[in-house]
Ligand binder design. Structure first.
Ligand code: MGD
Ligand code: MGD
Ligand code: MO
Length: 757
């Protein structure tokens, strides 16, 4: 293993004073003003607003400050006093703005006016909302509905999302890709297939009841820091936490609670992971199979003494496919497992022994499992492991994909899906008196393919920064200009607003922290967290500009300008009172959302249930299915001299493509993002010096040249044969066809590259 002193790293704990300094560094003293602290104090609490950052749970027994370093950054980012006005756009052409960094673009602050792209002057010019809606409506009416994409980025509320999906279907398509197509789509597909539920089975209370947690490829300290509190409590309770991650992420090593005065003053750190294994990227199928192999071996040994390790009653009653899976595991050699995982057998066995001894185990994972060519097999293998000892559908156990955007899971729940079979179309037909389209729509990768081959003519973005988040940046940016119409609904300026179709509009919306006043008064909205709990959210801040509309109002405005009138579709009434939209959701999804308006303020949210948690398996076999993986290598990349697996990473100072700053504090990388992380041994073998500038080129064997230049070689503790670089800067290197087979989630966590000096 690499000597830490040879590498760039961070010595402090996650949390601690560093997290408070982190907020201050980005926002200066602005964050401690009474207005800001008042808003932060109501974050993630009943009657307050739900954080705009990640989808982590909002517990009923909340802390005084139920927010974290990065949640505070996300809130303050929306509350900024800076404004990106028509005067700004008058000064800068889009050609010029395309040379700006992601950071500088969003630094201009909140968008204030609806804008239309004027091609002649190459600028955005202000336009009225009426003009924007009429112009977009006229374009959409002239287009073939199948050629239009309705993207959503995972933030918009359940109310907005329901209206948006209805708009797309009334218009005539299921082209509703979501950011989850780049994220946990792998989960939706693999969990649905294996356990019949497309989301995680764990709830908040389970965290306090488990004896062990297995963590695969999820970076808690940066991406869901409020999870550090229950993790710290678990660690103190003696729960064994076993982590598999190529990077030694600080939040999974140790934590000082910034909200505990005692810990802050004494510098008391809690160690989080009891074992930390630096698996090679794409090595998880091999690890998980190795864990299962040891479980079978331990069961063999126990049998000899008249005991069992496997939960045989559960396996018999609830699962199918065990025999075939077991045969594959027994037939796989430890040599192959060691080679593919990059880990010694003894390490995998030590981890597996914890699994064998624990009565209640929770499996947690993130993008390290989902964003691979065989990501679905990664997830299915995790399920296999948990099934062996009945660790699904029992208190204190379960599988827990940690979801990304604050309402990404909820958007899928209320109909934002390109898969018609996941949406109650008959119910919608009855409610709104129309014939919904029944053909499959395009997901993110398919939408990109459609842009490249000309099938797609228009893109509507409900939030997000699509062009920056997707793979294959250069070819797609070029093809984007051939689109007829692009429309972006957003709070802040980003690159997706600068790469436009022939007709383009930029529509600014209210943020979730802001007071949303409609005909019947201030409106609340709702979201679903990672544990399938639904929460109300009430914004109270004065809107950033008097010209902003709410997202529901924008969706309604677009729909009214595009669609023929329908007496059952009352856009204006719905916008006047969002409770009516919640009634519609309750009608469409009556099992999960009955009494929605009454229940939305339940402390901790109301749980919409999960069949797999109740051991009801809505799968083809009616049981929980074991999956035999295709192979051991999840990356789909063959090893070759000079070919590396590039991990694209998030820093601690960004939310996806929103870059708050240049400090990746928890990894000790400061002041820059144009780094190439590589371990010192690889550096020496290749003859690279620290700080040397190199390029990366993609090695996908498809004769397309993809290159990112100007990267500074930085020694970092990573396994051999892999490299690290930041998302989204590395996205030009990701081939569009490099994605999970079953779900088409881009394989951002192992991109085949070569280094060019
Ligand atoms: N502050 C902040 N919070 C966020 C976000 C953000 O950008 N910033 N993004 C939000 C969104 S949309 C999402 S989806 C989540 C993302 O949150 P995560 O799921 O944590 O995603 P990443 O940070 O991309 O990568 C997760 C981890 O996977 C590891 N990894 C990479 N390759 C492999 C592998 O092959 N095997 C294993 N076992 N591990 C691997 C990486 O080292 C990293 O620690 O966070 C959400 N929350
Ligand atoms: N290489 C690589 N690529 C990746 C990933 C990776 O790990 N590696 N991760 C993938 C993942 S997990 C995801 S989820 C995607 C993220 O892809 P997206 O969700 O498309 O991107 P974001 O960066 O979250 O979008 C940021 C923008 O959202 C807008 N915004 C913020 N708040 C609001 C709001 O309340 N309403 C509206 N309408 N707009 C708002 C702002 O204008 C801001 O600029 O990226 C994917 N791309
Ligand atoms: Mo995500």
């Amino acid at each position: 293993m690499t000597e830490r002193n040879d590498t760039v790293h961070y010595d402090g704990p996650s949390g601690g004073w560093g997290s408070l300094r982190g907020i201050t560094r980005v926002f200066g003293a602005e964050w401690t003003t009474p207005a800001a602290t008042e808003t932060l104090a109501s974050q993630n609490k009943p009657e307050g607003f739900m954080c705009v950052s990640c989808a982590w749970a909002k517990p009923a027994n909340y802390h005084a400050f139920e927010f974290c370093e990065n949640g505070a950054k996300a809130t303050l980012w929306e509350l900024t006093t800076r404004r990106c006005t028509p005067e700004f756009f008058a000064k800068h052409t889009l050609t010029e703005l395309r040379t700006w960094s992601d950071y500088d673009l969003e630094q201009e602050g909140r968008l204030t006016h609806p804008m239309r792209h004027d091609k002649d002057s190459d600028r955005y010019v202000p336009c009225s909302w009426e003009e924007a809606f009429a112009g977009i409506g006229a374009e959409l009416k002239a287009l073939d509905p199948k050629s239009v994409i309705f993207y959503a980025s995972g933030r918009a509320s359940l109310e907005t999302s329901y209206m948006y999906a209805l708009f797309a279907r009334l218009y005539g398509n299921n082209n509703l890709p979501d950011s989850s197509n780049m994220c946990h789509e792998t989960t939706s597909v693999a969990l649905k297939k294996s356990i019949g539920a497309s989301v995680g089975t764990v709830v908040f209370d389970d965290l306090a009841k488990c004896d062990a947690m297995f963590f695969f490829g999820q970076n808690t300290g940066s991406n869901s820091p409020r999870f550090l509190h229950p993790l710290q409590e678990a660690a103190k309770r003696g729960v064994k936490i076993i982590t598999f991650n190529p990077v030694r992420e600080k939040g999974l090593e140790s934590f000082t609670n910034p909200q505990s005065p005692v810990e802050m003053l004494t510098g008391d750190e809690t160690r989080i992971s009891t074992q930390y294994h630096q698996v090679r990227p794409g090595g998880d199928i091999a690890v998980l199979l190795g864990l299962c192999k040891h479980v079978f071996a331990a069961d063999d040994a126990a049998k000899a003494q008249g005991r069992r390790v496997l939960d045989t009653a559960f396996l018999e009653q609830h699962t199918s496919g065990l025999a075939e899976f077991e045969a594959r595991v027994r037939a796989t050699a430890w040599d192959d497992i060691e080679k593919e995982s990059g880990l010694p057998r003894a390490d995998i066995e030590a981890a597996a022994q914890v699994y064998v001894e624990a009565e209640r185990v929770i499996g947690v994972y993130g993008m390290g499992l989902t964003q691979h060519v065989h990501g679905s097999d990664n997830v299915a293998m995790f399920v296999n492991l948990l099934l062996l000892k009945g660790n699904i559908g029992r208190e204190g156990t379960g599988i827990s994909p940690v979801r990304g955007h604050s309402n990404v899971q909820g958007q899928r729940t209320v109909g934002i899906s390109e898969k018609p079979e996941l949406v109650p179309l008959d119910k919608l037909a009855e409610q709104f008196g129309f014939e919904p389209p029944r053909d499959k729509g395009m997901n993110t990768v398919e939408a990109c393919e459609g842009v490249l081959d000309g099938r797609v003519k228009s893109f509507i973005g409900l939030g997000g920064n699509f062009i920056r988040a997707i793979p294959e940046t250069e070819r797609l940016e070029a093809a984007w200009r051939d689109l007829r119409l692009t429309v972006q609904v957003a709070t802040k300026l980003n690159r997706s607003h600068l790469v436009n179709g022939q007709v383009a509009y930029l529509l600014p919306c209210l943020g979730r922290t802001e007071d949303d006043v409609q005909a019947t008064g201030s409106q609340a909205v709702s979201m679903e967290d990672t544990f399938s709990c639904i929460h109300g959210s009430q914004g109270r801040r004065t809107p950033a500009s008097e010209h902003l509309l709410s997202e529901p109002a924008i969706v309604a405005g677009l729909a009214k300008a595009t669609l023929p009138p329908n007496p059952k579709v009352e856009w204006d009434r719905w916008v006047g009172d969002y409770a009516l939209v919640r009634d519609l959701i309750a009608e469409t999804y009556s099992d999960e959302f009955h009494d929605f308006n009454e229940r939305m303020w339940t402390p901790g949210g109301f749980y919409r249930g999960n069949s797999a948690r109740d051991r009801v398996w809505k799968t083809e076999s009616g049981k929980a299915d074991f999956t035999v993986p295709e192979g051991l290598n999840a990356s789909g990349i063959e090893d070759d001299e000079g070919r590396y697996r590039l991990i694209t990473m998030r820093s601690n100072d960004q939310f996806n493509t929103t870059i708050y700053g240049y400090s990746d504090r928890l990894r000790g990388i400061e002041g820059r993002r144009d780094v190439l992380l590589i371990n010192p041994g690889e550096m020496r073998r290749r003859g690279f010096r620290e700080g040397q500038t190199v390029s990366l080129v993609t090695d996908a064997g498809d004769n397309v040249h993809r290159e990112v230049r100007g990267l500074k070689v930085t020694p970092f503790d990573l396994p051999d044969g892999c490299l690290g670089g930041y998302y989204p800067e590395m996205n030009p290197l990701v081939p569009l066809q490099h994605h999970d087979g079953a779900s088409k989630t881009p394989a951002y966590k192992a991109v085949p590259v070569r280094i060019v000096a």
